[in-house]
Design a protein around this ligand. Structure first.
Ligand SMILES: Cc1cc2nc3c(=O)[nH]c(=O)nc-3n(C[C@H](O)[C@H](O)[C@H](O)COP(=O)(O)O)c2cc1C
Length: 192
């Protein structure tokens, strides 16, 4: 494993079986260049609704995801938007994972965002909200390329593989930039 190799922890912001965003993340994992390993987590569907009363006995899925995020070099989130914002299941997951406040595994963890929706804006509003959320956890979100894919139903072939050439090209750029983003974050953290 070279220093340019990175491990990427993938999270889908939809629990739907036929999720376009799951297809997108699976396509991204397949398209990842050599040295970039993407694993897709299914844990957020096991998270209970966040309740501070449950903190005394943290759910096992939360502990597991925290451990897995800590071990990964970066997060890659593929999510739809609901009502112009972050889906409740995804926000719920990050409310759990963001603890302990100020010292969570999200601190300094590089993040990349991608998303698709059948609508015109392709999850742009949700990604904007997520960027804001990650300010609180001090997680450096990559500025670009923006991967916001409108008309999701036209972007995949019948086997669920991404067929949209622009999105495919953008994912390639995203992975190259993510490698550099991880390296820059490491350097910045080491210099603190
Ligand atoms: C409650 C609800 C709200 C939605 N709000 C939006 C929205 O604000 N913008 C949008 O582009 N699509 C919206 N949609 C449509 C979703 O993008 C669509 O259901 C999408 O397929 C969900 O993502 P998935 O395929 O990954 O499960 C909404 C759907 C639901 C059920």
């Amino acid at each position: 494993m070279s220093t340019a190799d990175i491990t990427v922890y993938g999270i889908v912001g939809s629990l739907r079986k036929g999720s376009w965003n799951r297809l997108l993340l699976e396509s991204a994992a397949r398209l990842a260049p050599g040295g970039v390993t993407v694993t897709i987590s299914d844990l957020i569907g096991q998270f209970p609704l966040f309740n501070e009363d449950l903190l005394a006995q943290e759910p096992a899925a939360v502990t597991q995801m925290r451990r897995e995020i800590a071990a990964a070099d970066a997060l890659l989130i593929a999510t739809p938007e609901y009502n112009g914002g972050v889906p409740g299941v995804l926000k719920n997951a990050f409310d759990w994972i963001s603890l302990p406040l100020g010292a969570s595994v999200l601190q300094g963890k590089p993040v990349a965002l991608i998303g698709t929706s059948p609508g015109r804006l392709g999850t742009a509003r949700c990604q904007f909200e997520l960027r804001n959320m990650f300010v609180f956890s001090q997680s450096p979100v990559m500025p670009g390329p923006e991967v916001v894919m409108p008309f999701a139903h036209e972007c995949f072939d019948e086997t669920g593989h991404l067929k949209d050439p622009v999105a495919t090209e953008r994912l390639g750029v995203l992975f190259e930039k993510l490698r550099a983003h991880v390296a820059a974050t490491r350097t910045e953290v080491a210099a603190r």
